[in-house]
Design a protein around this ligand. Structure first.
Ligand code: LMR
Length: 396
C-alpha cells in the first residue's frame, strides 16, 4: 500500500533547520524557524524554567493521566495571565482554557470545534499568514479566504483594504488575527486600528479567532494583548489560541492552550466539551510536563519575576538586533532602505528580496531564510552581522 505514496518535499520552515544543521560552513547563519537564539546562536533555557523543573521534580508524585482539559491550575492561571483578573469575561466566567500540545495543537482542536459548529464555514486569514496556518486550519474542512494585510511597497499594513474586505465577513464567519508579532511580516495593528477592528467585529458579528504565539515579545505583556482583551469585551464569542513555545522557551515540550469564550458559562462549557471530545479522537490527552512548568512559574512570584525579566531582555535584544541590522546595512550603503525593519515587532520581518536572491544567500553564503524572504531577527548577532550584511548587499 505504501508504495503509492510519493516522498514529499521538506517542510518550508522546519526543513530549513534540518538543512542548516547539515551545512558544514562555519559561517552559516540560521534565519529560518522562529526559535530565539542568544549572541552565541544557542537557544537558552529560561532560569525560571530550570528552577520550575527542579520544583516539579520534587512535587510530582504520579505519572497517572492528567484531566482531559489538562491541569486546572494551568488553565485558570493562563486565563488570568492573558486577560488579567478583572476582565469582564473573566468575572462573568465566560472563559475556559484547555491545555493543548503546543500552539499548533491548540489551533487545530480550536478550528475543529469551530468547524463542528458550521461545517465548511469561512475562515478569513491575513495575506500573508504563518506558512502552516492554511495547511493546518484548511485540513479541518473550514473554507479559507484571505484578507489583505501586508503592503510590500510600504512594508506596512493595508489597513483600509483589510477593513473593506472584512466588511464581507458575516456572523457565520471566523476571522483569524495574530494577537501580536504578526508572523511572517512583523507588522502589527496600532491601538486605534484594533479599536476599529473591534467595532467592525461587533457590527458584523464574525467570530474572532486569535493566535497568540509571541506574547511579551512585541512591546510588553499588557501591550501585546490590547487587541485581544478589547475584542473579548466587544463580542460575545471568541476563540483564543496561546503558545508557550517562544515566550517560555518551551518549544519541544509542546505546551499551548485553546481558550473558548461563549456568550454564557453554559455555552463556553459546551464548546469546551467539544474540544476535549475532539482531542480524545485525535490524541486523547495533553502532555503534562510543559503545563506543569508554566503553572509553577505563574503561581510562584519569585519565578514569575525572573521569567518576566528574561522575557523583557529577549524582547529588548530582538529590538536591538532590528536596529543593528538596518543601521549596519545603511552604513554600508546598501542599495535598498531597510529602516522599516526597526518599525516592526517580534521575531520576523520580510527582507523583500527575490527567490533567486534568497537561493544565492543559501548557496553562496550558507544563510538560511524562508522562501517568502522572512527572516528570524533573533538569528542575527553582533558576531555574524558583518558577514550577513555583506552577503545581503552582494546579492541585492
Ligand atoms: C515559525 O513560524 O517559524 C515557527 O512558528 C515554527 C513553525 O512551526 O513553523
Amino acid at each position: 500500500m505504501l508504495e503509492s505514496l510519493e516522498k514529499l518535499a521538506a517542510d518550508p520552515i522546519l526543513g530549513l533547520t534540518a538543512a542548516y544543521n547539515q551545512d558544514n560552513n562555519p559561517d552559516k547563519i540560521d534565519l529560518g524557524a522562529g526559535v530565539y537564539k542568544d549572541a552565541d546562536g544557542n537557544t537558552p533555557i529560561f532560569a525560571a524554567v530550570k528552577q520550575a523543573e527542579r520544583l516539579w521534580h520534587d512535587e510530582e508524585n504520579t505519572k497517572a493521566y492528567i484531566a482531559q482539559v489538562g491541569f486546572e491550575d494551568f488553565n485558570s492561571r493562563i486565563i488570568n495571565h492573558i486577560f488579567g483578573r478583572t476582565h469582564p469575561a473573566v468575572e462573568d466566567k465566560r472563559l475556559c482554557s484547555i491545555m493543548a500540545p503546543g500552539g499548533s495543537g491548540a489551533l487545530r482542536i480550536g478550528a475543529e470545534m469551530l468547524n463542528r459548529c458550521r461545517p465548511g464555514t469561512t475562515l478569513w486569514v491575513s495575506d500573508p499568514t504563518w506558512g502552516n496556518h492554511i495547511p493546518l486550519l484548511g485540513s479541518t474542512g473550514l473554507n479559507i479566504r484571505s484578507y489583505p494585510y501586508y503592503d510590500a511597497d510600504s512594508h506596512g499594513l493595508r489597513f483600509d483594504a483589510m477593513m473593506n474586505t472584512l466588511k464581507q465577513a458575516t456572523k457565520n464567519d471566523i476571522v483569524l488575527f495574530h494577537g501580536c508579532c504578526h508572523n511572517p511580516t512583523g507588522v502589527d495593528l496600532s491601538r486605534e486600528q484594533w479599536d476599529s477592528v473591534a467595532e467592525l467585529a461587533k457590527k458584523q458579528g464574525f467570530l474572532p479567532f486569535i493566535d497568540t504565539a509571541y506574547h511579551g515579545l512585541g512591546t510588553g505583556l499588557d501591550e501585546d494583548v490590547y487587541g485581544l482583551r478589547l475584542l473579548a469585551e466587544s463580542v460575545d464569542e471568541m476563540v483564543i489560541v496561546y503558545s508557550c513555545s517562544k515566550n517560555f522557551g518551551l518549544y519541544r515540550e509542546r505546551i499551548g492552550a485553546v481558550i473558548v469564550m461563549g456568550a454564557s458559562t453554559e455555552i463556553t462549557e459546551a464548546g469546551t466539551s467539544h474540544i476535549t471530545n475532539i482531542a480524545r479522537q485525535m490524541y486523547s490527552l495533553p502532555p503534562a510536563h510543559g503545563g506543569a512548568l508554566v503553572k509553577t512559574i505563574l503561581q510562584n512570584p519569585e519565578l514569575y519575576t525572573s521569567w518576566k525579566q528574561e522575557l523583557d531582555e529577549m524582547r529588548e535584544r530582538i529590538n536591538g538586533l532590528r536596529s543593528l541590522f538596518a543601521d549596519t546595512l545603511a552604513e554600508k550603503n546598501a542599495p535598498s532602505d531597510f529602516s522599516f525593519i526597526k518599525n516592526q515587532y517580534g521575531m520576523f520581518s520580510f527582507l523583500g528580496i527575490s527567490k533567486e536572491q534568497i537561493q544565492r544567500l543559501r548557496d553562496e553564503y550558507s544563510i538560511y531564510l524562508v522562501g517568502s524572504s522572512r527572516i528570524n531577527i533573533a538569528g542575527i548577532s553582533p558576531k555574524n552581522i558583518d558577514y550577513l550584511t555583506d552577503a545581503v548587499i552582494s546579492v541585492l
